[in-house]
Design a protein around this ligand. Structure first.
Ligand code: HEM
Ligand SMILES: N[C@@H](CC(=O)c1ccccc1NC=O)C(=O)O
Length: 289
């Protein structure tokens, strides 16, 4: 039947009596989700809702990133590299959404933000437990970061557990070792509560994987090569997010100190020098034709 009067007929089969049945809102917990936006400005500033939702959507996606990275690690531990790569591919798409999303917040002018910034008091993204958990899961451990979470036992416990868990990189290197690659023992036995630091002896392992993949028939370790490139994408994407955050902060608060107590822009700039998988970048310098 064609659409008449620009109004679509509702088909007879459409379920309308939803008492005692599973519904859209019930399944998704929308009562709670959509009742979780509480602007603090009084009178309420129009733009504070944007600010809240931008953060909440980020936290929701971070929840999924953690879920996927957890499973990717379990799959690597079981030597199922193909399935782990699927999880990582999903994380990469989420990162792209999160980086794109900065353009919505960029519609907030410095004047508008200054009008409700005081209502945020000492709250700051620096206190995001899930963001820190992702950094830890990727291998940039930092025990002192836990201090900020002492007032929230659940967050503190989750981060402490993450601190003690092998990172995605640790699991990948263990997998490569089981596949016969000469991963240095110092990495396989490292204290996983510390940040991964650049290890020169790992570079030849990646060099062999990259050079093998470049041979005409495709290499033995094509999957390992693919995984290396996925990790590089993951780190690049993480840095793109950090960079957009830095630029947004710069255009919104200039050189003001952060509500979390840091110097602000200068502190964020230093995060751009952190790295998760340094050997995967150094190997590029070494690759010969
Ligand atoms: C106008 C918007 C924003 C401004 C002005 C801003 C400002 C800042 C500043 C100054 C810091 C340094 C810590 C401090 O002293 O407060 C910081 C950290 C942080 N912010 Fe934001 N931010 C904004 C939006 C966001 C959004 C939307 C997110 C998403 C969740 C976010 C997440 C973070 C995270 C995770 C950190 C810690 C970064 C690190 O440790 O390197 N921020 N932010
Ligand atoms: N640190 C920001 C405040 C801020 O952006 C913020 C405040 C409360 C909850 C999340 C935030 N996002 C990122 O830091 C500032 O200094 O303006």
């Amino acid at each position: 039947m064609p659409v008449e009067h620009n109004t679509r007929e509702i088909e007879d089969g459409v379920v309308t009596d939803l008492s005692d049945r599973m519904t859209y809102g019930g399944y998704l917990g929308l009562d709670t989700l959509l009742d979780s936006q509480h602007p603090k400005s009084d009178p309420e500033h129009h733009d504070e809702l944007l600010f809240i939702i931008q953060h909440q959507t980020t936290e929701l996606w971070l929840k999924l990133v953690i879920h996927e990275l957890d499973d990717a690690r379990a799959l690597l531990a079981a030597d199922d590299l193909g399935a782990a790569l699927k999880r990582i591919a999903r994380v990469k798409h989420i990162q792209e959404v999160l980086t794109q999303q900065w353009s919505v917040l960029a519609t907030l002018t410095p004047t508008e933000y200054a009008q409700f910034r005081g209502s945020l008091a000492s709250a700051s993204g620096f206190q995001s437990a899930q963001y820190r958990q992702v950094e830890f899961a990727l291998g940039n451990k930092h025990a002192k970061m836990l201090q900020v979470f002492e007032s929230n036992p659940a967050d503190h416990a989750a981060l402490e557990a993450e601190l003690r868990r092998p990172s995605l990189y640790d699991e990948f290197l263990r997998h490569l070792a089981r596949r016969g690659h000469a991963v240095p023992a110092e990495l396989l036995e490292r204290d996983v509560t510390q940040a991964h630091v650049y290890t020169e002896a790992l570079v030849p392992v990646f060099q062999a994987i990259y050079e093998d993949a470049g041979r005409p028939q495709g290499g033995e370790d094509w999957r390992a090569y693919e995984a290396c490139e996925e990790l590089v994408d993951l780190e690049d994407n993480f840095q793109f997010w950090r960079f957009r955050h830095l630029r947004t902060v710069t255009r919104t608060i200039g050189m003001k100190r952060g509500t979390g107590g840091s110097s602000g822009v200068d502190f964020l700039k230093r995060a751009l020098e952190l790295t998760f998988f340094p050997e995967l970048y150094v190997v590029r310098t070494r690759i010969e034709g």
